[in-house]
Design a protein around this ligand. Structure first.
Ligand code: CS2
Ligand code: MG
Length: 402
């Protein structure tokens, strides 16, 4: 089989998505997610200008060689734009492989290691009472694991918490908005939030929390310690991870499990974190981590050190990535949990898919390959619109970490 054509589709059914379609002389095609929130056009350009011309003519079954060709062959390694572009190609080739062999992707990665994928939802509120209402709503929907975020006194807006009544969406159209951050009131607030959640919902529910890299290691250590009585499933992105060793400080002080990695794009971003057992869950997902080929190796490496996966699954990962993640989650042994922020109806219509949610679990479906499609006609009705993640400043104006 030969690759005859590859094209990049950019669509914005509520939010922007970049999708790569790889076509073959066998009449089969595969899809890959190349969405990098707020930097979509850079990935599209990288694919169109530099990768697609070298992809046409190759055998789509050669997933390992093609991955190495683009990773090693470029000379310039790693980086979110590069790795997302390579990831889109890799995902599309595995989709073709599954379709050609007439089997769902999970069968190519090890078969079924479990019956369903434990998923966590987002519950948000402008204050504790509203957050509790949202937890109750998600429990009602069947979720067994819920991430809880709430606004706190002293700041007017908080990332992860919608400003109005509508659903929470990480990016906003137009230029980046600015939000506020204040560490001290946050650190006092979060233990109170989780005390109330446990009091109202009991011990059974898995609870998660995302710190969005805003804390220093010692601040994160304090938070982890104070959250211990509430037995969190994880505390996410407590501190920026360029300095992997920062996580040693957190680890030495608390038994609250730690998840990190949604901004990583290579196993080298997590090498020290994993081999020193400073983290419990790796969040780097298939689109941003360079695709299925390198992520299988990263997951196997993590397994040696008791680290499990907890893939990023916000709405800025398209249904194509979600489908790939669910096959991967089904097959690997050291799966931990899958983030689930359901896409809008508009997005689901543009990307018809076979995966489904029931009683707190996700299922990849049994269609060959990824089991997701792109309705190009419908997609064309939603042209790209510039959108960014907000930036965050402390009350004195200093920019914070993400
Ligand atoms: C968040 C995301 O889901 C998460 O854990 O951190 O909302 C994240 O900020 C966005 O996906 C970034 O694109
Ligand atoms: Mg996060």
């Amino acid at each position: 089989m030969k690759i005859t054509k590859a094209s990049v589709n950019i669509t914005s059914p509520g939010r922007n998505f970049v999708t790569l379609k790889v076509e073959t002389d066998a009449g089969l095609y595969g899809l890959g997610d190349g969405t990098l929130n707020g930097r979509e056009l850079a990935v599209a350009g990288y694919l169109g200008d530099h990768l697609i011309p070298c992809l046409v003519g190759r055998d789509p079954f050669d997933t390992e060689d093609i991955w190495q060709y683009f990773y090693r062959g470029a000379y310039w390694r790693r980086g979110s734009v590069t790795m997302t572009a390579i990831g889109a190609i890799d995902m599309a080739l595995w989709d073709i492989k599954g379709k050609a062999l007439n089997t769902p992707l999970y069968n190519l990665l090890g078969g079924k290691s479990r019956n369903g994928i434990l998923a966590y939802a987002h519950a948000n509120g402008k204050d504790i009472d509203h957050a509790l209402e949202d937890v109750a709503r998600h429990k009602e929907l069947g979720y067994k694991a819920i991430r809880v975020q709430s606004g706190f006194p002293g700041v007017s807006s908080t990332y992860g918490v919608p400003k109005g009544a509508g659903r929470y969406e990480p990016a906003e159209r137009g230029l980046p908005s600015e939000q506020q951050w204040a560490t001290e009131p946050y650190l006092r607030h979060v233990p109170r939030l989780f005390a109330r959640v446990r009091e109202q919902f009991g011990e059974e529910l898995h609870l998660l929390h995302d710190c969005h890299h805003r804390l220093t290691p010692i601040e994160a250590a304090r938070l982890g310690k104070e959250l211990e009585p509430f037995h969190l499933f994880w505390m996410e992105d407590p501190t920026p991870a360029e300095l992997q060793e920062g996580y040693r400080i957190i680890r030495e002080h608390t038994t609250t499990p730690i998840a990190v990695g949604e901004v990583f794009n290579s196993v080298w971003d997590a090498h020290d974190l994993i081999r020193n057992q400073w983290i419990d869950y790796l969040r780097m997902t298939l689109a941003h981590g360079g695709g299925i080929t390198p992520m299988k190796k990263a997951a196997d490496f993590a397994a040696l050190y008791h680290v499990r996966t907890g893939f990023h699954g916000a709405t800025d990962l398209s249904p194509v990535c979600m489908a790939a993640a669910l096959h991967f989650d089904t097959a690997i042994h050291n799966f931990g949990i899958q983030e689930h922020m359901p896409h809008s109806g508009e997005t689901d219509a543009v990307f018809p898919h076979h995966y489904s949610f029931k009683d707190g679990f996700l299922f990849p479906g049994d269609a060959p390959g990824l089991g997701v499609d792109l309705d190009e006609k419908l997609a064309a009705q939603y042209p790209y619109q510039r959108a960014y993640l907000p930036v965050n400043r402390k009350l004195d104006g200093t920019l914070t970490d993400w």
